[in-house]
Design a binder for this molecule. Structure first.
Ligand SMILES: Nc1nc2c(c(=O)[nH]1)N[C@H]1C(S)=C(S)[C@@H](COP(=O)(O)O)O[C@H]1N2
Ligand SMILES: [Mo]
Length: 274
C-alpha cells in the first residue's frame, strides 16, 4: 500500500467514527488534513491511470466532508453518515445534489404530538366550500401511491420514496377552487408554511401522505400527515400539515420570507431568491 492510500485509509476511519464523537467537527477537520496530505503526495504515484484513480477517490471524500459540514450546519442528526455515492443514472440527480444512503430528519422546532380525536385538516381561502376534515374523514378519502425522489436544498437527495396518501388535486376538487385561486399556502406545525402555485400542487404526484415505503409516516418525518411535492426542493414538502389555503397571489412561507426561492425547482437550482 502506498503512503497516499495509507493516508486515505486513516481519513476514512476518522470520517466513519466522526458522527459518534463528542466533537465531530474536529474529526472532520482531521480527516480533511489527512486528505490534503494525501493529495500533496499524489505525484509519488508513477502510474498515470492509478494516480488519476486515486485523485478521483480523494475528490469524492473531500466532497463527502463538505456535505458533513453542511449537515452539521443544518442541524442534521449526528448519526446520519452519507456513504460515497454513485447512481446508475446520473441524470436522476439534480445539479449540486448528492445521494444520501439514510433518510435525514430535518426541520425547525419540536416534533408535534398527534391526537386523532382532535386533529383536523382544513381546506380554506378561495374555495367554494371550506373543508374541515377529521382524521377518520381524511383517511376515508380515495388514496394514491406514488414513487418519487426527494431533494433537500442542503444538497442531499433520497431516491425512490414510495408515498401513500391523498392527491392534492382530489382535495381541491372536493372543496372547489374559485376562479381567482392561483397559489396556495400549506401550513404545518409548528408555525411552518410553504407557498406553491396551484398548478404545481395539482400535479398527479403531489400528495398529502400518511405512509412512506408501506409503513405509517413516523412523527419525525411528518406523521401523521405531510405534503409531498417531488418536483420541488423538500422544504416545500410541509410536515405535520394542517391546512391548505388557496389565495390569489404568491404569499411567501417560512423559508421564503428568509430568502429562499418561491418556486424551488431543483433542476433549475432555484435555491435562493435572486
Ligand atoms: N413543518 C415542517 N415541515 C418541514 C420542515 C420544517 O422545518 N417544518 N422542513 C422541511 C425541509 S427543509 C426538509 S428537507 C424536509 C425534510 O423531511 P424529512 O425530515 O422527512 O427528511 O421537510 C420539510 N418540511
Ligand atoms: Mo431541506
Amino acid at each position: 500500500m502506498t503512503d497516499v492510500e495509507a493516508l486515505m485509509r486513516r481519513a476514512d476511519e476518522i470520517m466513519k467514527a466522526a458522527p459518534g464523537r463528542r466533537e465531530p467537527a474536529a474529526a472532520y477537520d482531521q480527516a480533511a488534513q489527512l486528505l490534503t496530505d494525501a493529495r500533496a503526495r499524489l505525484d509519488e504515484i508513477a502510474d498515470e491511470t492509478r494516480r488519476q484513480g486515486l485523485a478521483a477517490q480523494i475528490a469524492r471524500r473531500m466532497s463527502d466532508l463538505d456535505l458533513a459540514t453542511i449537515d452539521r450546519e443544518a442541524g442534521l442528526d449526528a448519526g446520519v453518515r452519507r456513504a460515497p455515492t454513485t447512481v446508475d443514472d446520473p441524470g436522476r440527480v439534480p445539479p449540486g445534489q448528492h445521494l444520501t444512503p439514510g433518510w435525514p430528519v430535518l426541520h425547525v422546532g419540536p416534533v408535534p404530538s398527534f391526537d386523532p380525536r382532535t386533529w383536523r385538516f382544513v381546506v380554506s381561502g378561495l374555495v367554494e366550500e371550506r373543508l374541515s376534515l377529521t382524521w377518520d374523514a381524511f383517511r376515508a378519502l380515495p388514496e394514491t401511491t406514488v414513487t418519487a425522489d426527494m431533494h433537500c436544498v442542503t444538497r442531499w437527495s433520497r431516491l425512490d420514496n414510495t408515498w401513500t396518501g391523498v392527491r392534492v388535486s382530489d382535495l381541491v376538487a372536493r372543496a372547489g377552487a374559485r376562479p381567482a385561486a392561483s397559489h396556495a399556502l400549506v401550513n404545518g406545525h409548528p408555525a411552518y408554511s410553504a407557498n406553491l402555485s396551484l398548478e404545481t400542487l395539482l400535479a398527479d404526484d403531489v400528495l398529502f401522505a400518511w405512509a412512506h415505503d408501506g409503513a405509517p409516516l413516523t412523527p419525525e418525518h411528518g406523521g401523521p400527515l405531510r405534503l409531498v411535492v417531488p418536483s420541488r426542493y423538500a422544504w416545500k414538502s410541509v410536515k405535520w400539515a394542517t391546512e391548505l389555503r388557496l389565495v390569489d397571489h404568491d404569499v411567501p412561507g417560512y423559508w421564503e420570507v428568509r430568502g429562499y426561492h418561491d418556486v424551488a425547482d431543483p433542476w433549475q437550482e432555484q435555491r435562493f431568491r435572486e
